[in-house]
Design a protein around this ligand. Structure first.
Ligand SMILES: CC(C)(COP(=O)(O)OP(=O)(O)OC[C@H]1O[C@@H](n2cnc3c(N)ncnc32)[C@H](O)[C@@H]1OP(=O)(O)O)[C@@H](O)C(=O)NCCC(=O)NCCS
Length: 149
């Protein structure tokens, strides 16, 4: 939870949604709203990616039903492969295993959000067959007294 809150805050500070001061508090509120019972929140699956053989933990996945998108759409809230284990195919394998897991839960499609600046994750999702359905666009409005760039 602490790792999620910290990363969630960083990502949204980076996009300009929250200031550095408000980021940690706002991120905590949002993560706690999503997971009111922590790991035991019904309908949320907080999973580890482990090696085979060896069962070493190399990353994490968080899947939940996305009722606002229809009862059979799953939503991937988080994917993380720990830094020393990256570019070895663990995310790809983990995401493919997650598809099976989601099917067993009755889900017929999976959605996710990825920041535009996360080119590595975007490349991975495209490789796995995810397509873009929405684009969110932002323009900064500098104070009129700031010199033009
Ligand atoms: C994104 C992330 C999960 C990828 O995990 P990974 O285990 O390194 O990914 P894989 O080894 O399975 O990569 C499979 C393919 O995806 C693409 N890919 C993955 N990471 C990439 C990167 N940093 N840059 C470019 N392409 C990348 C490549 O095509 C790669 O195949 P290749 O290594 O044969 O070129 C990992 O970098 C991570 O945890 N990042 C921080 C958290 C994060 O951004 N999560 C996603 C939130 S939406």
């Amino acid at each position: 939870m602490e790792r999620l809150i910290q990363e969630y805050a960083e990502d949204h500070i980076r996009t300009g949604r929250w200031t550095r001061e408000e980021g940690p508090t706002e991120a905590r509120k949002e993560v706690e709203r999503l997971l009111p019972q922590g790991l035991r929140t019904p309908g949320h699956y907080l999973l580890s990616i482990v090696t085979s053989p060896g069962e070493e933990r190399v990353g994490e996945l968080w899947l939940a039903a996305a009722p606002s998108e229809g009862p059979r759409r799953g939503f991937i809230y988080d994917l993380l492969v720990y830094a020393p284990f990256r570019r070895k195919g663990y995310a790809r394998e983990g995401m493919l295993a997650l598809e099976e897991f989601a099917r067993e839960k009755g889900m017929t499609s999976l959605g996710l959000h990825v920041f535009a600046h996360n080119s590595g994750a975007r490349a991975l999702y495209e490789l796995l067959g995810y397509r873009t359905t929405d684009l969110v666009m932002v323009k900064d409005l500098p104070h009129p007294s700031s010199p033009p760039k």
